[in-house]
Write a protein that binds this ligand. Sequence first.
Ligand code: C2E
Ligand code: MG
Ligand code: MG
Length: 706
Amino acid sequence: MKLPFRVGLRGELLLLMAGVLVVVVALFTALWWHEKRSNADARELSAGAMREMAREGLLSRGQTLSSQLADAATNPLYYLDLAKLGELARATLRQPDVVYVIIHDANGQVVHDGSGDIPAFGQPMSDPMAYEALNAQNVHGQWSDKLLDVASPIRIGDERIGGVRVGLSRENANRREIEMLGPLGERLQAASNEHLGWLLALLAALVGIAIVAMVLLQRRIVQPISELAVATARVEQGRYADVRLHSDRQDEIGELVRAFSRMSDSVARHDRDIRRMAYTDSLTGLSNRLAFREALDERLLTLQASSGELALLFVDLDDFKRVNDTLGHEAGDEVLGQLSMRIRMAVERLGGLGTEIARFGGDEFIVLFMAEDIRTSSGRLAESLIEEIQRPLVLRGRQVFLGASVGITLFPFDAASAGQLLKNADIAMYQAKVAGKGCYRFYSKAMDQAVERRVQLEEELRGAWDRGELSLHYQPIYRLADRRLMGAEALCRWQHPRLGVVPPSVFIEVAEQSGLIESLGRHVLVQACKDAATWTPPGGERPFVSVNISPRQLRTGDLPDVVASALAATGVLPQQLHLELTETAVLGDEVQASALLSRLRATGVKVWLDDFGTGFSGLSHLRRVPVDGVKIDRSFVADVLRDPDDLALTSAIIAMAHSLGITVVAEGIEAEGQYAVLRERGCDQGQGFWLGRPMVAADIQRNFSE
Ligand code: C2E
Ligand code: MG
Ligand code: MG
């Protein structure tokens, strides 16, 4: 049965008890009623028996009196001796209870009634009992309410000469009956009262037992179960700390309570574990994005109230992908673990209360930082973070060098919401990357515009080749010994419809980041080969064309196929094509790059290391990477006349390269003096504004013809 409201175990128990009590009381009432009924019956029966006894007594006295009178009156009646009859009648009348005496003849006419002058003499008997009395053959009694009439016939021989009737009053008998019934009723009443007393005592005992049973049930079963129910509700709400259950009882309830307590502990433990898993980064043990967002939201709320300040530092490792690609993901994980420790220590050293560190996935870390003079101190923290990350890591006996770029945004100066702050920090970090990595930048509104411009540039760069906005210029490359034109470097130009000529230093970066470089690189390669195929110097030796290859093109791995199809399509010989790769592109993955370069070189294509000297590989690197030539970076050439160190380094590169059988090309020759000194030091080839500016393909052909 379903009740429309909640009763609860206690209520149910009370209802049950009330039900039992009602039934018990009803049973007792029925018992009491039955008892009363049987009492009344007993009384009735006793009264009946007594009445019967009194009747019998009266009847037998009446019979005795009547038959004695009849015997005595036989002769006087026969002789009609009225005096004698009168004497007999009066004698009988004097007997107790006798009300009347009638002596009558055979016709039923009164002969004597004990009175003096017998006024009824000769009168027929007219009372209702007369007929039966007259016809009675033996002693015959008749009853009325008040009387017993006993008639006896008087016979002489067989002849009936008359009869007598004696009337006895029932009054005395009735009184005696009442006198006897009184005490009997009292005794019965007393017995019944005693019964009732017992019944009530029994009832009281039953009620008492019921109450005791209820209290025991309540204490021993209902209350523990209610407590369990409350505890269950708390577990459901996740309020594990509020669940305090304990029982020493050695019964099922005790076992239940203990089992529940153990269960709740285990649920609480699992809950904690799950929370920890959901809120921490398993690799570093730092908070994860989710936990950080919550912490940041909470912190901003309190800071808004107290008008406090905080800094958000977005730390992104530079070239972390290199570690993963070169040393494998396990090593990458180890690097992240070690660096997260360093970050944590640096933050703990400089950070005040309420600092939070989280890993945002990949190689991104974020630090929530609070301190006095937030701008200065967060700048200091960024510096020390970069320094810490740049310290060499030792990984399986190898030293690994990494760097980091940091973006900083300040609350409440830059933004008020968590989402906007995170976005700002990301933008600032990105600007640090653009600025050359390994540094930090504070967010500024201008960055938004820079980002916007960049996004727009990327949009516009997409499809620029198909629209014919991108073209190739060629910078001639000469042999220094005799200033003979050997070939040219293909350099991309973007004729932007609105901005005019956009230099590759601007858009190549965008193409790299967005991945557009892959298709752009293919177009450049094919176009450069096409143009080179038109160059026909009179001397016969075929000129080369040098094409810049981005690190990203190297990573995709299909470069040999792209090169092969470009050569096949244009008829340019493999040895006419030079590929320029930067040191960092090759360095990123020495093993894979070496394999790729070997494959390319096997087809006859030449590989040159561009901007040599600016990276950090050092000269020894040249031994390990299979290349055909190096291009000494412009920055060394620029100072070669003024700075003896640069001259020394340039000379060393030339000597080293030659010892390995590698060609050396100098970039950015802007003056005759530079040209002279490089030629003197044995540099093989050179390019630069003094020798020739980048020009269209047709102009290169003209240069050959001259
Ligand atoms: P890079 O490969 O080192 O190219 C040489 C750069 O030096 C060119 O700048 C060239 O114009 C400039 N240069 C040549 N001689 C002199 C000189 O005497 N003085 C000065 N100050 N500069 C000189 P540009 O064309 O702006 O190209 C810049 C960089 O863009 C290139 O550096 C190259 O790394 C990249 N690049 C250009 N075109 C392509 C391309 O098609 N694909 C790829 N992946 N990168 C390209
Ligand atoms: Mg180049
Ligand atoms: Mg260069």
